[in-house]
Write a protein that binds this ligand. Structure first.
Ligand SMILES: NC(=O)c1ccc[n+]([C@@H]2O[C@H](COP(=O)([O-])OP(=O)(O)OC[C@H]3O[C@@H](n4cnc5c(N)ncnc54)[C@H](OP(=O)(O)O)[C@@H]3O)[C@@H](O)[C@H]2O)c1
Length: 239
């Protein structure tokens, strides 16, 4: 049975990816930080689809916590797929941005990728199989005012994905980034639609299912030659 490890699967895009991959036949290891109850609800939804789902909770920024949750588990049973989806925003203009705002975003969005990927990488290399997908953002591709911390973290993920793809392609490990534009989730409720929609050629915000479908394709056996790429799902926000 194939296993997908979804980091940050309790809500929003991560939840949609978990459900989509479960529908495709993956068993799911679903992680969250504090919203254990929400993660358990997703777990029930996945079980209702006839797939197994285990829930783990830890802060991705805490290397020792990640290690305690994942090191032995991933060594014993290597996940086929890792989706690094955990992410936060703490928006502010750089001139006002506090050190805690900078640190929280970089530690969660970028350090977390290191912490989690370290736990799966050697086991995947040993087995000569695996797919790693990091959820980046249009903000990391083109920069967004008010998000210097977030743009830096998401651009950092793109650099990490490209470099890692060069390191492990020969081991049959695929590494890619999916880069959503503005997707309707808890993270984007404050965005003024009237001001932003004119910037999006498709004239709508994306849905979590738009992102999940792309991730699902990258995880499928149909795709075996996309590697080291950034797949944008943004309605044309950045062309
Ligand atoms: N929504 C958008 O428009 C958009 C656009 C581009 C990129 N993205 C990226 O897509 C990803 C998902 O976004 P979303 O809108 O679905 O976000 P969301 O609804 O806020 O969900 C974030 C997920 O990440 C987990 N998480 C956050 N901090 C964590 C930490 N320190 N340790 C472990 N898990 C943590 C959360 O767990 P808890 O529930 O336990 O907190 C939750 O499962 C993020 O990386 C985001 O940057 C989103």
């Amino acid at each position: 049975m194939k296993i997908a490890l979804i980091i940050g699967g309790s809500r929003g895009i991560g939840r949609a990816i978990a459900l989509r991959l479960a529908k495709s036949g993956f068993d799911i290891w679903l992680t969250c930080n504090r919203n254990l109850e929400a993660a358990q609800t997703v777990q029930s939804e996945i079980k209702a689809l006839g797939r197994a789902c285990e829930v783990l909770s830890f802060d991705v920024a805490d290397y020792e916590a990640v290690r305690a949750a994942l090191e032995t588990r991933c060594d014993k049973q290597v996940p086929d797929v890792l989706i690094y989806n955990a992410g936060i925003a703490r928006d502010n203009l750089m001139v006002w941005m506090t050190k805690p705002e900078w640190d929280a975003v970089l530690r969660t969005n970028l350090d977390g990728f290191y912490n989690v990927t370290k736990m799966v990488l050697f086991p995947m290399m040993r087995e000569k199989r695996g797919k790693i997908i990091a959820i980046s953002s249009t903000s990391g591709e083109i920069g967004q005012a008010g998000q210097v911390n977030y743009s830096a973290s998401k651009a950092g993920l793109i650099g990490a994905v490209k470099a890692l793809a060069r390191e492990v392609g020969r081991k049959n490990i695929f590494v890619n980034a999916v880069s959503p534009g503005i997707i309707e989730t808890g993270m984007t409720t404050e965005i003024p639609k009237d001001k932003v929609l004119p910037l999006i050629p498709l004239n709508r915000f994306g849905s979590v299912d738009d992102v999940a479908a792309t991730v699902n394709f990258l995880c499928s056996d149909e795709q075996s030659y996309i590697h080291g790429q950034v797949i944008s799902v943004n309605g044309g926000l950045a062309i």
